[in-house]
Design a binder for this molecule. Structure first.
Ligand SMILES: Cc1ncc(COP(=O)(O)O)c(C=O)c1O
Length: 467
């Protein structure tokens, strides 16, 4: 006999206004959104507002936000300290294509927090930052190829969209000889062939690759954890050994700190793992959600700018972004906001651990308490290909069930949960844990009764992981 459900069913979300907006928006915006990664078909969320750790959609549904805009909002939505300063500065005019003191102070603070940096430049997005860092690496070394790890996302320029997030691991090619898999059409073959995919946590693979092709490889670009694959962690000593290998073979190391920067530690993953890269990219937490980003590096490597390498941008260092970065970084430097974010992440993880252990499910946390994934598996994942062997169907269904109950993680297990300072207040942590618990119980009951599990709507060519 089938067991009767014991868990409260998920409340139905009001969706009428969002559905109407979806049908209206799809007439103008492909998929009804400004990014493929937000296009969730008829489940697409149309936001009204956010405050602190919460977000409301246009139907009035309230959620504890665990996506935090894919990571940038480290303090909380609508943070008055940042917004007041930005408002004050923007009234002086926003775009001059001239340089303001806010830009200088923002980048001085980036350097203060990452003392290994020699020179830094602002960009508007993480995509631009990785694109420019790659170009600087090529210019400095006079070599063309760049190595990247499978499953890592470095933005939406042609050089970054290689071997990012296929659902089917066979698309990546064989384990010994991975192929440069372009994500979507329109990326010239000649460009994707300048990118060599490698396997994260696999030093032997890197050594063989460097022995064969070091004379053509300018750099390896590395997300210090696989931030777009649930935050899969480096194995002990991996980064140090990789740093040593790059030095031995004359290859630059680019740390893509777009997700980890100012989040894992004030000095990002470089400080957290004790690594000094040659170049790094920053965005997200740098501006608490305003479009501030940067790339920088060792003095000598960055010396190709401004004379030998092109970099510009009408909006690079614009007043709004510079003011937001200045204020956000000052808060991260001068207050215990980051310790609060970390402690809150640990509290949430402790609660989830109890819930999952009580169900007897094998699982691991990936990433850092400030940005972590939940992987249902008994084997610790060490590279992107391992994600396929986790019970991501269970995770995705739990995430969808959490939306209905008032908390919003990404409905794709490859995207971590992001903690912000504002999550520390009130009963937010307890609510996150109880919403997760209810959703997990309901999902397990569905599974026990062999009913289909809810899942995200996928975009045409892959999953919404990354952005
Ligand atoms: C590690 C990493 N690099 C680069 C990017 C691209 O940044 P943006 O979306 O600001 O272009 C992202 C975005 O998620 C990212 O996670």
């Amino acid at each position: 006999m089938t067991a009767e459900p014991t868990t409260r069913p998920a409340p139905k979300l009001a969706r009428a206004k969002q559905l109407e907006m979806y049908h209206r928006a799809t007439k103008t915006l492909p998929g009804g959104t400004n990014s493929n990664f937000r296009a969730w078909g008829e489940d697409t969320v149309y936001v009204d507002r956010g405050k602190g750790g919460k977000v409301w959609d246009i139907d009035g549904n309230e959620y504890i936000d665990l996506r935090m805009g894919y990571g940038p909002v480290i303090l909380g939505h609508g943070d008055d300290r940042v917004d007041d300063y930005v408002n004050e500065r923007m009234r002086l005019g926003v775009s001059f294509s001239l340089t303001s003191e806010d830009e200088v102070v923002a980048l001085e603070t980036v350097k203060q927090l990452n003392p290994w940096l020699g020179k830094v430049r602002m960009t508007v997005s993480g995509t631009e930052a990785t694109m420019h860092a790659m170009r600087v690496a090529r210019a400095y070394t006079g070599k063309t190829k760049i190595v990247k790890f499978e499953g890592q996302y470095h933005g939406v320029h042609d050089y970054a969209l290689v071997s990012v997030a296929p659902n089917n691991m066979a698309d990546l090619g064989s384990e010994d000889n991975p192929v440069a898999l372009a994500w979507g059409r329109g990326i010239p073959e000649a460009i994707s062939q300048t990118i060599i995919p490698a396997r994260y946590n696999n030093l032997e693979f890197l050594r063989r690759l460097f022995e064969r092709e070091a004379d053509q490889i300018a750099a390896i670009i590395v997300e210090p954890v696989l931030g777009n694959a649930a935050g899969i962690l480096p194995q002990p000593g991996f980064h140090k050994a990789m740093r040593a290998l790059t030095e031995a073979f004359g290859i630059l190391l680019i740390f893509d700190e777009v997700k980890t920067g100012f989040r894992f530690a004030r000095g990002g993953a470089a400080e957290y793992f004790g690594i000094t890269p040659d170049l790094a990219t920053y965005a997200k937490a740098m501006g608490n959600g305003y479009p501030a980003a940067a790339f920088g590096g060792r003095e000598e490597v960055m010396s190709v700018l401004p004379d030998k390498v092109s970099h510009g941008g009408t909006y690079a260092g614009n007043r709004v972004a510079a003011a937001a970065a200045r204020k956000t970084l000052e808060i991260l430097r001068d207050t215990d906001a980051l310790e609060t974010v970390h402690e809150t992440g640990r509290r949430v993880q402790a609660g989830l651990r109890q819930v999952i252990d009580a169900k007897g499910l094998p699982f691991h946390f990936t990433g850092h308490p400030a940005m972590f994934g939940v992987m249902f598996t008994d084997k610790v994942a060490t590279e992107y290909r391992d994600w396929a062997n986790t019970d991501h169907e269970l995770y995705d269904a739990v995430a969808v069930g959490m939306h209905a109950r008032g908390a919003m993680p990404e409905p794709d297990s490859r995207e971590p949960w992001f903690m912000c300072e504002a999550h520390a207040g009130g009963d937010t942590v307890d609510r996150i844990v109880s919403i997760f618990a209810d959703s997990l119980s309901a999902t397990l009951e569905l599974r026990a009764r062999r009913q289909p599990l809810p899942h995200e709507t996928e975009v045409a060519y892959g999953s919404p992981s990354g952005h």
